[in-house]
Design a protein around this ligand. Sequence first.
Ligand code: DAH
Length: 356
Amino acid sequence: MDELREKYLGAIAAAADEAALEELRLAAVGKKGEVSLKMRELGKMTPEERQVAGPALNALKDEINAALADRKVALADAALDERLKGEVLDVTLPARPRRQGTIHPVSQVTEEVTAIFADMGFAVAEGPQIEDDWYNFDALNIPGHHPARAEMDTFYMARGEGDERPPNVLRTHTSPVQIHSMQEQGAPIRIICPGRVYRCDYDQTHTPMFHQVEGLAIGKDISMANLKWVLEEFFTAFFGIEVKTRFRASHFPFTEPSAEVDIQCSFEGGTVKVGEGDDWLEVLGSGMVHPDVLRAGGIDPEEWQGFAFGIGIDRLAMLKYGIPDLRAFFESDLRWLKHYGFSPLDMPSLHAGVSR
Ligand code: DAH
Protein backbone atom coordinates (compact mmCIF):
# COMPACT_ATOMS: atom_id res chain seq x y z
CA MET A 1 0.00 0.00 0.00
CA ASP A 2 2.90 2.31 0.69
CA GLU A 3 4.03 1.66 -2.85
CA LEU A 4 0.70 2.90 -4.24
CA ARG A 5 0.86 5.92 -2.00
CA GLU A 6 4.30 6.96 -3.15
CA LYS A 7 3.55 6.25 -6.79
CA TYR A 8 0.43 8.41 -6.94
CA LEU A 9 1.37 11.27 -4.61
CA GLY A 10 4.64 11.67 -6.53
CA ALA A 11 2.91 11.62 -9.92
CA ILE A 12 0.24 14.10 -8.78
CA ALA A 13 2.83 16.57 -7.49
CA ALA A 14 4.60 16.38 -10.85
CA ALA A 15 1.46 16.55 -13.08
CA ALA A 16 1.88 19.31 -15.65
CA ASP A 17 -1.76 20.11 -16.41
CA GLU A 18 -5.38 19.28 -15.66
CA ALA A 19 -5.54 16.51 -18.25
CA ALA A 20 -2.64 14.69 -16.59
CA LEU A 21 -4.36 15.10 -13.22
CA GLU A 22 -7.57 13.60 -14.55
CA GLU A 23 -5.68 10.62 -15.93
CA LEU A 24 -4.07 10.03 -12.52
CA ARG A 25 -7.42 10.32 -10.78
CA LEU A 26 -8.91 7.61 -13.00
CA ALA A 27 -5.89 5.36 -12.59
CA ALA A 28 -5.97 5.65 -8.78
CA VAL A 29 -9.49 6.25 -7.48
CA GLY A 30 -11.63 5.91 -10.63
CA LYS A 31 -14.02 2.95 -10.86
CA LYS A 32 -11.31 0.69 -12.20
CA GLY A 33 -8.46 2.49 -10.44
CA GLU A 34 -5.87 0.63 -8.49
CA VAL A 35 -7.10 1.80 -5.09
CA SER A 36 -10.71 0.99 -5.98
CA LEU A 37 -9.73 -2.52 -7.09
CA LYS A 38 -7.92 -3.07 -3.80
CA MET A 39 -11.05 -1.99 -1.96
CA ARG A 40 -13.02 -4.60 -3.76
CA GLU A 41 -10.67 -7.24 -2.48
CA LEU A 42 -11.61 -6.39 1.13
CA GLY A 43 -14.48 -8.85 0.87
CA LYS A 44 -12.14 -11.77 0.43
CA MET A 45 -10.08 -10.95 3.52
CA THR A 46 -10.45 -12.36 7.01
CA PRO A 47 -12.16 -9.96 9.43
CA GLU A 48 -8.83 -9.31 11.14
CA GLU A 49 -7.10 -8.40 7.88
CA ARG A 50 -10.06 -6.26 6.85
CA GLN A 51 -9.95 -4.30 10.11
CA VAL A 52 -6.47 -3.12 9.25
CA ALA A 53 -6.70 -2.80 5.45
CA GLY A 54 -10.15 -1.07 5.29
CA PRO A 55 -9.34 2.14 7.19
CA ALA A 56 -5.88 2.27 5.56
CA LEU A 57 -7.38 2.13 2.06
CA ASN A 58 -9.98 4.78 2.91
CA ALA A 59 -7.28 7.05 4.29
CA LEU A 60 -5.22 6.52 1.15
CA LYS A 61 -8.19 7.38 -1.04
CA ASP A 62 -8.80 10.59 0.92
CA GLU A 63 -5.15 11.49 0.74
CA ILE A 64 -5.04 11.04 -3.03
CA ASN A 65 -8.23 13.10 -3.53
CA ALA A 66 -6.84 15.90 -1.38
CA ALA A 67 -3.55 15.86 -3.31
CA LEU A 68 -5.48 16.03 -6.61
CA ALA A 69 -7.47 19.07 -5.41
CA ASP A 70 -4.35 20.85 -4.11
CA ARG A 71 -2.48 20.30 -7.35
CA LYS A 72 -5.45 21.59 -9.34
CA VAL A 73 -5.46 24.86 -7.40
CA ALA A 74 -1.70 25.19 -7.74
CA LEU A 75 -1.90 24.70 -11.52
CA ALA A 76 -4.66 27.34 -11.86
CA ASP A 77 -2.65 29.84 -9.79
CA ALA A 78 0.40 29.24 -11.92
CA ALA A 79 -1.62 29.73 -15.13
CA LEU A 80 -3.02 33.05 -13.83
CA ASP A 81 0.47 34.24 -12.85
CA GLU A 82 1.68 33.38 -16.31
CA ARG A 83 -1.18 35.35 -17.95
CA LEU A 84 -0.65 38.40 -15.77
CA LYS A 85 3.02 38.45 -16.73
CA GLY A 86 2.03 38.57 -20.39
CA GLU A 87 -0.72 41.22 -20.13
CA VAL A 88 0.87 44.52 -19.38
CA LEU A 89 -1.36 47.50 -18.55
CA ASP A 90 0.19 50.73 -19.73
CA VAL A 91 -1.46 53.46 -17.68
CA THR A 92 0.39 56.15 -19.63
CA LEU A 93 -1.44 55.36 -22.90
CA PRO A 94 -3.83 58.16 -24.00
CA ALA A 95 -7.54 57.34 -23.59
CA ARG A 96 -9.55 56.40 -26.67
CA PRO A 97 -11.38 59.48 -27.94
CA ARG A 98 -15.09 59.49 -27.07
CA ARG A 99 -17.56 61.00 -29.50
CA GLN A 100 -19.35 63.96 -27.96
CA GLY A 101 -22.95 64.62 -28.86
CA THR A 102 -24.21 68.04 -29.90
CA ILE A 103 -27.24 70.14 -29.06
CA HIS A 104 -29.81 69.98 -31.88
CA PRO A 105 -30.53 73.36 -33.54
CA VAL A 106 -34.19 73.08 -32.48
CA SER A 107 -33.18 72.64 -28.83
CA GLN A 108 -30.66 75.44 -29.13
CA VAL A 109 -33.15 77.88 -30.65
CA THR A 110 -35.87 76.87 -28.15
CA GLU A 111 -33.43 77.72 -25.35
CA GLU A 112 -32.54 81.04 -26.96
CA VAL A 113 -36.18 82.01 -27.52
CA THR A 114 -37.13 80.98 -23.99
CA ALA A 115 -34.29 83.00 -22.48
CA ILE A 116 -35.21 86.15 -24.42
CA PHE A 117 -38.88 85.98 -23.44
CA ALA A 118 -37.97 85.09 -19.86
CA ASP A 119 -36.05 88.38 -19.80
CA MET A 120 -39.31 90.12 -20.66
CA GLY A 121 -41.20 88.33 -17.90
CA PHE A 122 -42.77 85.45 -19.85
CA ALA A 123 -43.03 82.06 -18.10
CA VAL A 124 -42.98 78.76 -20.01
CA ALA A 125 -46.22 76.76 -20.26
CA GLU A 126 -46.72 73.33 -21.80
CA GLY A 127 -49.72 71.40 -23.04
CA PRO A 128 -50.51 67.93 -24.39
CA GLN A 129 -49.58 66.97 -27.95
CA ILE A 130 -52.77 64.92 -28.26
CA GLU A 131 -55.81 67.18 -28.02
CA ASP A 132 -59.50 66.74 -28.57
CA ASP A 133 -60.93 68.88 -31.33
CA TRP A 134 -62.46 71.31 -28.84
CA TYR A 135 -59.04 72.49 -27.60
CA ASN A 136 -57.39 72.39 -31.00
CA PHE A 137 -60.28 74.03 -32.91
CA ASP A 138 -63.60 75.01 -31.28
CA ALA A 139 -62.18 76.81 -28.26
CA LEU A 140 -60.00 78.80 -30.65
CA ASN A 141 -63.08 79.97 -32.51
CA ILE A 142 -62.59 77.52 -35.39
CA PRO A 143 -66.03 75.86 -35.73
CA GLY A 144 -66.63 72.56 -37.51
CA HIS A 145 -67.41 74.07 -40.89
CA HIS A 146 -64.54 76.58 -40.83
CA PRO A 147 -62.12 76.24 -43.78
CA ALA A 148 -59.12 76.59 -41.41
CA ARG A 149 -60.04 73.18 -40.06
CA ALA A 150 -59.60 71.59 -43.46
CA GLU A 151 -56.52 73.66 -44.31
CA MET A 152 -54.62 72.42 -41.29
CA ASP A 153 -53.86 68.93 -42.70
CA THR A 154 -54.80 67.48 -39.36
CA PHE A 155 -53.73 64.02 -38.15
CA TYR A 156 -56.80 62.39 -36.62
CA MET A 157 -56.45 59.57 -34.11
CA ALA A 158 -58.85 56.70 -34.53
CA ARG A 159 -61.12 55.86 -31.56
CA GLY A 160 -61.83 52.33 -30.49
CA GLU A 161 -64.58 50.46 -32.30
CA GLY A 162 -68.03 51.61 -31.23
CA ASP A 163 -66.66 54.78 -29.63
CA GLU A 164 -68.88 57.52 -31.06
CA ARG A 165 -66.91 60.51 -29.79
CA PRO A 166 -65.14 62.64 -32.40
CA PRO A 167 -61.53 61.57 -32.91
CA ASN A 168 -58.67 63.13 -30.98
CA VAL A 169 -56.09 65.01 -33.01
CA LEU A 170 -52.35 65.57 -32.88
CA ARG A 171 -52.30 69.28 -32.14
CA THR A 172 -51.81 71.27 -35.34
CA HIS A 173 -50.48 74.31 -33.50
CA THR A 174 -49.45 75.40 -30.00
CA SER A 175 -52.49 77.70 -29.74
CA PRO A 176 -54.55 75.19 -27.64
CA VAL A 177 -52.01 75.77 -24.85
CA GLN A 178 -53.54 79.28 -24.63
CA ILE A 179 -56.82 77.70 -23.57
CA HIS A 180 -55.22 75.29 -21.06
CA SER A 181 -53.28 78.17 -19.51
CA MET A 182 -56.35 80.41 -19.23
CA GLN A 183 -58.30 77.60 -17.60
CA GLU A 184 -55.51 76.69 -15.23
CA GLN A 185 -54.25 80.07 -14.10
CA GLY A 186 -56.84 82.67 -15.09
CA ALA A 187 -55.88 86.28 -15.85
CA PRO A 188 -53.44 87.98 -15.87
CA ILE A 189 -51.17 85.78 -18.00
CA ARG A 190 -47.76 86.19 -19.57
CA ILE A 191 -46.50 82.93 -21.08
CA ILE A 192 -44.79 81.34 -24.03
CA CYS A 193 -45.43 77.73 -25.03
CA PRO A 194 -42.73 76.06 -27.11
CA GLY A 195 -43.46 72.57 -28.40
CA ARG A 196 -44.09 70.03 -31.11
CA VAL A 197 -46.97 70.33 -33.53
CA TYR A 198 -48.13 68.04 -36.34
CA ARG A 199 -49.48 68.46 -39.85
CA CYS A 200 -49.69 66.05 -42.72
CA ASP A 201 -47.25 67.81 -45.04
CA TYR A 202 -43.77 67.09 -46.44
CA ASP A 203 -41.38 69.09 -48.64
CA GLN A 204 -38.23 71.20 -48.30
CA THR A 205 -39.83 73.55 -45.77
CA HIS A 206 -42.50 71.27 -44.26
CA THR A 207 -42.26 68.13 -42.12
CA PRO A 208 -45.16 66.24 -40.50
CA MET A 209 -43.79 67.21 -37.07
CA PHE A 210 -42.34 70.64 -36.44
CA HIS A 211 -42.04 73.16 -33.63
CA GLN A 212 -43.82 76.36 -32.72
CA VAL A 213 -43.69 78.79 -29.88
CA GLU A 214 -46.93 80.43 -28.83
CA GLY A 215 -47.00 83.67 -26.90
CA LEU A 216 -49.89 84.96 -24.79
CA ALA A 217 -50.18 88.09 -22.67
CA ILE A 218 -53.46 88.94 -20.93
CA GLY A 219 -53.97 92.00 -18.77
CA LYS A 220 -56.33 94.91 -18.17
CA ASP A 221 -54.96 97.19 -20.88
CA ILE A 222 -52.58 95.15 -23.02
CA SER A 223 -52.65 96.44 -26.59
CA MET A 224 -51.31 95.90 -30.08
CA ALA A 225 -48.55 98.40 -29.20
CA ASN A 226 -47.27 96.05 -26.51
CA LEU A 227 -47.30 93.20 -29.04
CA LYS A 228 -45.25 95.25 -31.48
CA TRP A 229 -42.69 96.22 -28.86
CA VAL A 230 -42.31 92.66 -27.56
CA LEU A 231 -41.82 91.19 -31.04
CA GLU A 232 -39.32 93.84 -32.13
CA GLU A 233 -37.42 93.37 -28.92
CA PHE A 234 -37.45 89.63 -29.50
CA PHE A 235 -36.17 89.72 -33.10
CA THR A 236 -33.40 92.16 -32.28
CA ALA A 237 -32.20 90.02 -29.37
CA PHE A 238 -32.59 86.79 -31.33
CA PHE A 239 -30.73 87.84 -34.48
CA GLY A 240 -28.27 90.05 -32.64
CA ILE A 241 -28.85 92.99 -34.98
CA GLU A 242 -31.65 95.49 -35.22
CA VAL A 243 -34.38 93.96 -37.37
CA LYS A 244 -37.20 96.02 -38.89
CA THR A 245 -40.66 94.45 -38.70
CA ARG A 246 -43.75 94.96 -40.83
CA PHE A 247 -47.24 94.27 -39.51
CA ARG A 248 -49.68 93.24 -42.24
CA ALA A 249 -53.40 93.03 -41.61
CA SER A 250 -54.49 89.40 -41.80
CA HIS A 251 -57.08 87.01 -40.46
CA PHE A 252 -56.99 84.27 -37.86
CA PRO A 253 -60.18 82.97 -36.23
CA PHE A 254 -58.64 83.29 -32.75
CA THR A 255 -57.54 86.93 -32.98
CA GLU A 256 -59.27 90.21 -33.84
CA PRO A 257 -57.64 92.22 -35.24
CA SER A 258 -55.00 89.89 -36.67
CA ALA A 259 -51.61 90.65 -38.14
CA GLU A 260 -48.95 88.69 -39.92
CA VAL A 261 -45.48 89.91 -39.13
CA ASP A 262 -42.65 90.13 -41.66
CA ILE A 263 -39.02 90.84 -40.92
CA GLN A 264 -36.64 92.84 -43.08
CA CYS A 265 -34.29 90.75 -45.21
CA SER A 266 -32.44 90.44 -48.49
CA PHE A 267 -32.62 87.45 -50.84
CA GLU A 268 -29.45 88.21 -52.78
CA GLY A 269 -27.34 85.33 -54.11
CA GLY A 270 -29.95 82.73 -53.22
CA THR A 271 -29.46 83.17 -49.47
CA VAL A 272 -31.68 84.96 -47.01
CA LYS A 273 -30.02 87.64 -44.89
CA VAL A 274 -32.09 88.96 -42.03
CA GLY A 275 -31.87 92.61 -40.97
CA GLU A 276 -30.67 94.03 -44.28
CA GLY A 277 -32.09 94.77 -47.76
CA ASP A 278 -35.57 95.80 -48.90
CA ASP A 279 -37.41 92.49 -48.92
CA TRP A 280 -39.73 91.06 -46.32
CA LEU A 281 -40.09 87.56 -44.96
CA GLU A 282 -43.22 86.40 -43.17
CA VAL A 283 -42.31 84.83 -39.83
CA LEU A 284 -45.35 84.75 -37.61
CA GLY A 285 -49.05 85.23 -37.00
CA SER A 286 -50.42 87.36 -34.20
CA GLY A 287 -53.25 89.57 -33.00
CA MET A 288 -55.48 90.58 -30.13
CA VAL A 289 -57.08 87.52 -28.54
CA HIS A 290 -60.67 87.10 -29.77
CA PRO A 291 -63.34 87.59 -27.07
CA ASP A 292 -64.74 84.12 -27.84
CA VAL A 293 -61.32 82.59 -27.12
CA LEU A 294 -61.07 84.41 -23.79
CA ARG A 295 -64.55 83.15 -22.93
CA ALA A 296 -63.62 79.56 -23.88
CA GLY A 297 -60.73 79.87 -21.45
CA GLY A 298 -63.04 81.13 -18.72
CA ILE A 299 -61.84 84.75 -18.82
CA ASP A 300 -64.26 87.69 -19.00
CA PRO A 301 -63.56 89.71 -22.18
CA GLU A 302 -65.30 92.76 -20.64
CA GLU A 303 -62.56 92.89 -18.05
CA TRP A 304 -59.48 91.44 -19.75
CA GLN A 305 -57.74 91.69 -23.10
CA GLY A 306 -54.43 90.64 -24.57
CA PHE A 307 -52.30 89.62 -27.48
CA ALA A 308 -51.15 86.26 -28.85
CA PHE A 309 -48.64 85.17 -31.42
CA GLY A 310 -47.30 81.97 -32.94
CA ILE A 311 -43.82 81.49 -34.47
CA GLY A 312 -42.22 78.49 -36.17
CA ILE A 313 -39.11 77.52 -34.20
CA ASP A 314 -37.55 75.41 -36.97
CA ARG A 315 -38.04 78.30 -39.36
CA LEU A 316 -36.18 80.62 -36.97
CA ALA A 317 -33.34 78.09 -36.72
CA MET A 318 -33.09 77.85 -40.51
CA LEU A 319 -32.96 81.64 -40.82
CA LYS A 320 -30.48 82.32 -38.04
CA TYR A 321 -28.09 79.47 -38.75
CA GLY A 322 -28.43 79.24 -42.54
CA ILE A 323 -29.87 75.73 -42.70
CA PRO A 324 -31.44 75.13 -46.12
CA ASP A 325 -33.62 72.03 -45.74
CA LEU A 326 -36.06 71.42 -42.90
CA ARG A 327 -36.34 67.68 -43.57
CA ALA A 328 -32.70 67.13 -42.52
CA PHE A 329 -33.60 68.37 -39.02
CA PHE A 330 -35.34 65.10 -38.26
CA GLU A 331 -33.29 62.51 -40.14
CA SER A 332 -30.82 61.89 -37.28
CA ASP A 333 -27.83 61.96 -39.62
CA LEU A 334 -24.81 62.24 -37.31
CA ARG A 335 -22.80 64.17 -39.93
CA TRP A 336 -25.57 66.78 -40.14
CA LEU A 337 -25.88 66.96 -36.36
CA LYS A 338 -22.15 67.43 -36.01
CA HIS A 339 -22.15 70.21 -38.59
CA TYR A 340 -25.22 72.14 -37.43
CA GLY A 341 -25.28 71.09 -33.76
CA PHE A 342 -24.06 73.19 -30.84
CA SER A 343 -21.74 72.48 -27.99
CA PRO A 344 -23.53 72.56 -24.63
CA LEU A 345 -21.94 75.91 -23.79
CA ASP A 346 -22.91 77.71 -26.99
CA MET A 347 -25.51 80.01 -25.48
CA PRO A 348 -25.09 83.39 -27.17
CA SER A 349 -25.18 86.20 -24.65
CA LEU A 350 -28.47 87.98 -24.94
CA HIS A 351 -28.75 91.57 -26.09
CA ALA A 352 -24.99 91.55 -26.53
CA GLY A 353 -23.79 94.41 -28.66
CA VAL A 354 -27.25 95.57 -29.63
CA SER A 355 -28.01 99.17 -29.04
CA ARG A 356 -31.30 100.62 -30.06
N1 DAH B 1 -51.80 79.01 -34.71
C1 DAH B 1 -51.35 79.68 -35.91
C2 DAH B 1 -50.78 78.65 -36.86
O1 DAH B 1 -50.35 77.65 -36.44
C3 DAH B 1 -50.29 80.69 -35.60
C4 DAH B 1 -50.85 81.85 -34.83
C5 DAH B 1 -51.43 82.91 -35.48
C6 DAH B 1 -50.84 81.84 -33.47
C7 DAH B 1 -51.94 83.99 -34.79
C8 DAH B 1 -51.37 82.88 -32.74
C9 DAH B 1 -51.92 83.98 -33.44
O2 DAH B 1 -51.36 82.93 -31.40
O3 DAH B 1 -52.40 85.03 -32.73
O4 DAH B 1 -50.75 78.89 -38.05
